[in-house]
Design a protein around this ligand. Structure first.
Ligand code: NAD
Ligand code: IPM
Ligand code: MN
Length: 380
């Protein structure tokens, strides 16, 4: 069989809980495809790696990540490592950088109509929201030179034209895919749309961002409409009228992308349904390596109780199948299974949701239900 090599890094707190469900889903896919194999190697990252090895990610784990086809990542960090140097979080940053996973796709979608109830935004405003934040993942303030003294600290926020341009190509590709997927009953804009969010009014790196983005769109990306928005007002618009960004890609820097993608969690009402893919290439241009992880963190406040929503991790598996393995049919089936489990109308009156979505199901019940529905979908 064709073998895909996956490095599995569950991490800390809820990480192992949600990873267990994601791996069940991967098992179901494997069972329906005798021609493929998912070879998995599981290791430590984050706080648990600090405890065992004194470092959030060992060189051996980094090398395994580099030599695997994809990394499935849970979540890291927690109060017990407050003040650790290096931090658990730096392990994740090192992996992103080492794998050159420069394009972080973070979809925001109200998955089923009845989930509008979980959103704090009025139903008529939030229903049908669907866009993707494309976050620059290997530069900006996260990776510039740092100086840290007791009473003064700084982070250098640098971008090169090259970094902005390569992300712009991804943002355009994502916008094209979203545009092509607009359902027939919805109005389709003439061109795919990219919204670029920056602080060109204040930051020199923001002005470079805007110039470099504008230049490459004028030179090479003529089929996609480009709009510029200041990142602060972007945050406001996303909350006030999220559907205004429907079927578009939000092209933005590392720090702004981190914040705007958590605003996505405010739109859905929970981070528990938001997956992400950090890619080392352009979607649609062949398989690329990637790190697949939820947008959310290790949720220490609810860990160890079976309360966490595994949907973000399960949808991250779907993204892995789509972008790293080109298994589009299986990726779509996982997404459909999640939708059916979350929406009673689709699932014979059964609605299986964790507490963050107003339900009472346990993490493992959601995972099991997704697996059951998925088996049926993949059998046909
Ligand atoms: P968080 O995302 O872990 O949690 C924020 C809130 O959302 C909490 O109330 C949590 O219970 C809830 N929540 C998050 N995911 C959920 C899920 N799947 N189901 C139900 N509820 C969910 O953010 P935080 O509390 O600010 O950070 C905790 C730790 O996680 C920190 O150490 C932070 O650095 C780390 N972190 C790690 C990652 C990652 O590993 N990729 C991402 C973000 C934050
Ligand atoms: C995320 C997280 C990470 C980030 C942390 C844990 C390094 O918040 O993936 O959104 O800031 O990128
Ligand atoms: Mn974040």
């Amino acid at each position: 069989p064709k073998t895909f090599r996956i490095l599995v890094l569950p991490g800390d707190h809820v990480g192992p809980e949600i990873m267990a469900e994601a791996l069940k889903v991967l098992d179901v896919v494997e069972q329906t495809r005798p021609d493929i194999r998912f070879e998995r190697d599981t290791d430590l990252v984050g706080g648990c790696s600090i405890d065992k090895h004194g470092t959030p990610v060992t060189d051996a784990v980094v090398e395994k990540a580099v030599s695997s086809d994809a990394v499935l990542f849970g979540s890291i960090g927690g109060p017990e490592w407050a003040g650790a140097d290096p931090t658990p979080e730096s392990g994740l940053l090192k992996l992103r950088h080492r794998l050159n996973a420069f394009a972080n796709l973070r979809p925001c979608e109200i998955l089923v109509p009845s989930l509008v109830g979980a959103s704090p935004i009025r139903p008529e405003l939030v229903a049908g929201t669907k866009f993707i934040v494309v976050r620059e993942n290997c530069g900006g303030a996260y990776f510039g030179e740092k100086k840290e003294q007791k009473d003064e600290a700084s982070d250098l926020w640098v971008y090169s034209r090259h970094e902005v341009e390569r992300l712009a190509k991804v943002s355009a590709a994502v916008a094209r895919i979203l545009h092509a997927g607009i359902p027939g009953n919805e109005e389709k804009p003439a061109k795919p749309v990219v919204w670029s969010a920056d602080k060109a009014n204040v930051l020199a790196s923001g002005r470079l961002w805007r110039r470099a983005t504008r230049d490459i769109f004028e030179r090479e990306i003529r089929d996609v409409e480009l709009k510029h928005q200041l990142a602060d007002s972007m945050a406001m618009l996303m909350v006030r009228n999220p559907r205004q960004f429907n079927h578009s890609a939000i092209h933005t820097d590392n720090t702004f992308g981190d914040i705007l993608s958590d605003i996505s969690g405010g739109i859905t009402g929970t981070l528990g349904v938001l997956p992400s893919a950090s890619l080392a290439g352009v979607p649609g241009e062949g398989p690329c390596k990637g790190i697949y992880e939820p947008v959310h963190g290790s949720a220490p406040d609810i860990s160890g109780k079976g309360l966490v929503n595994p949907v973000a991790q399960i949808l991250s598996v779907a993204m892995m199948l789509r972008y790293s393995f080109l298994l589009e049919k299986e990726a779509t089936a996982i997404e459909q299974a999640v939708v059916k489990v979350l929406d009673s109308k689709d699932n014979g009156g059964l609605e299986i949701r964790t507490g963050d979505l107003g339900g009472r199901a346990r993490c493992s019940e959601v995972g099991d239900a997704v697996c059951d529905v998925l088996k049926g979908l993949l059998a046909n």
